[in-house]
Structures are given as structure tokens and as C-alpha cells.
Design a binder for this molecule. Sequence first.
Ligand code: KIV
Ligand code: ZN
Length: 385
Amino acid sequence: MRKIDIFDTTLRDGEQSAGVMLTLQEKLEIARQLERLGADVIEAGFPAASKGDQEAVRKIASIVKESSVTGLARANKKDINTAWESLRNSAEPRIHLFIATSPVHMTYKLKKTPDQVLEEAVQSVAYAGRNFPVVQWSAEDACRSDKAFLAKIIEKVIDAGASVINIPDTVGFINPIEYGQLFRYLKENVKNIHRVKLSAHCHDDLGMATANSLSAIENGADQIECTINGIGERAGNASLEEVAVALKIRSEHYQAYTDLSLHEISRTSQLVSRLTGLAVPPNKAVVGKNAFAHESGIHQDGVLKERSTYEIITPELVGLSSNSLVLGKHSGRHAFRKQITQMGFSPAEDKVNELFSEFKNLADKKKELTEEDLYALLMEHQMKP
Ligand code: KIV
Ligand code: ZN
């Protein structure tokens, strides 16, 4: 079994979600919770982006002890120096340098030739390495870059001292098979690649960020970059909770594990949702309100007999106390009886049948029936608890 490092970027790429702005106090609260969750690395911000980010990274680096703290920097001395000022007091100062390597980014955004990009990448890594014991280097837009150029630049930044190499799918463009092949290609074509950790960083523009991250693991990635609830630029980043729980549930397949305390997942998800103001969709895998809710009679009956019929993840694994059987028009007699019994009522079997048929009529008029609705029904029938 291989240990996969979890690099959480909720406070950097996650905060880049449109409409999100976290205060210093909120960032500290999230950082402490990420530490309790057991993230190996917390990307606390982009120090050169603003005074606020610089201060937040500095504070987080000084209070977080169990996770490494890092900050993003472009390939220039000013960004690197600013990052050093923010991170010098962290337990293990670590910088995350990036420069774009795809033709479209180099031509239109950077207005630089591949040779210039290569030289700046190498110089910035060497410069950062004078202070930082850990230098992570990212090839922005790696998945739309020329493979041979990517291999060449990675080889050079490894020589210059980078110890983690990140292969971002910046625009969420690639698919799982191609992303896996890219990792394999780099493993086979970059000299000294075995000396560094390989990292995956996926965006969700085509809804494939989690699948791509898992494919990277199958093809040799040592670290996954992700965010809580999958928040981030545009359609977001790979969801930490999806990747981590998939690794746990399918550990035999992936032959890999993380050191996360998975029972902290729900709490972390709720905290990030509350502080960012970004609601979690009800059907969101692992952390959505409906992720452990069973509505249809057939499913409810199955779950009441044996939970694993329809539950591959137990709610307890991610820190929830129980699943829920939602009472609606698809619900069955078993779930109905269980609910009224929990409410303290124990009618005879033929009375249950009569109540159940009235319940079905009501359920045709209302999407979800609450405990109050059931109580009103029971009272109409003069039932006593
Ligand atoms: O998506 C991306 O390419 C990034 C880099 C800065 C790592 O967030
Ligand atoms: Zn990103």
C-alpha cells in the first residue's frame, strides 16, 4: 500500500471561487480544521497576491504544526521573497512555484518563448531552494503542453532542486485515460523522476476532476491536490472528500491510503460551506444532504435488512451519526413503520396498513413528509403514543 499525500488548496485555489472572500479569522478557522482532518499540506494562499493573503499565510504558517504549510508564487524573485517572509516560521517551509508551459499560455499570456520559460523555471527553482527546504514546481496548463517540452523542463527543474513536481490540468480538459498516460510518459521519459514526488491537480470543467485524480494515483502520483467540497476556479477543483473516500472504499483496487481522519469530513465540509457561503448541492457525493438518504421503498427495505445493499459508504465513516430514510411517495411500509415506532407509536398491523395507505395519498401531494405530517395523521386517527 502506498501513502498518498493530501495537498489541500481550499484556502488558495478554493478561495479563487467566484464570489468567495474569506476573512483572516475565517481562514484560520478553516486551517485549524484542515489540520484536524489530517491534510499533509495546506496551501494557505498566494502571498504576493495581496497584503491580506501575505498576512493570512504568515499566521497560518505560525499556528499550524501537524500539516506542512505552503504558499503559491510565480517564477520571480519578488514573489519568492514575499513567500519566504510569510513562510519562514513554518515547521517545514515549503514553496509552490508555477509557470505555464502550454503553447497558448506561453504565446498569449506570458509572451515568452519555450526557452525563456525553461530558463525562468530553472532559475526560480534554484533561487527558492536557497531558503526553502521543499520546493514544489508546477507546470501550469501541463495537460495542453507539448509532452516532450514538458518532460524536458521537468528534468531541468529537478536538476535545479525541485522535490515535488505537479502536473495540473488547469482547465479541466483531460480525461482519466489520457491523464494516467501522461503520468506514465513522464515516469518513463524524465531522468531522475524517481527522486521527486509527483502531484496531480485537477479542475472539474468537464466533471472529471475526481476520476482524473484517481487515474493519476493508478499511474504513479504520490500527492493529490484538492479542495473541500470541490470549490475552486470556475467549476472547481477535485473534491478532497471524493478522492479520499474513494481511496478508502476501494483501497484494494488502488493499493493506496491517506492519513486523513475521515470522520472529520462532514464537519469540515459544513464549516467551509458556511464560511464561504457556497452551498453544497444535495446530491453531492459524500457530503451532500442526500448522500446517505434513501427514498424508495425497495431501497429502504434493503437498507433496513442489510445496510450494504444500497450503502457503500457508511455515514459514520465521514462523521455523521446515521443515514436517513426519507418518507416520500416511493417509501415503503417498513420505513413507515420504523418511523412511527421511533416516534413512540405501536399500532396493530391492520392499523399500520390503514395509516400507510393514507400516508401514500398524502405523499402524492407533498414531496417529502416530515415528522409533523406523520404526527398530524396519527392524531387524526386518535392514536396514542
Ligand atoms: O490550476 C492550476 O494550474 C493551478 C496552479 C497554480 C497550480 O492552480
Ligand atoms: Zn488550479
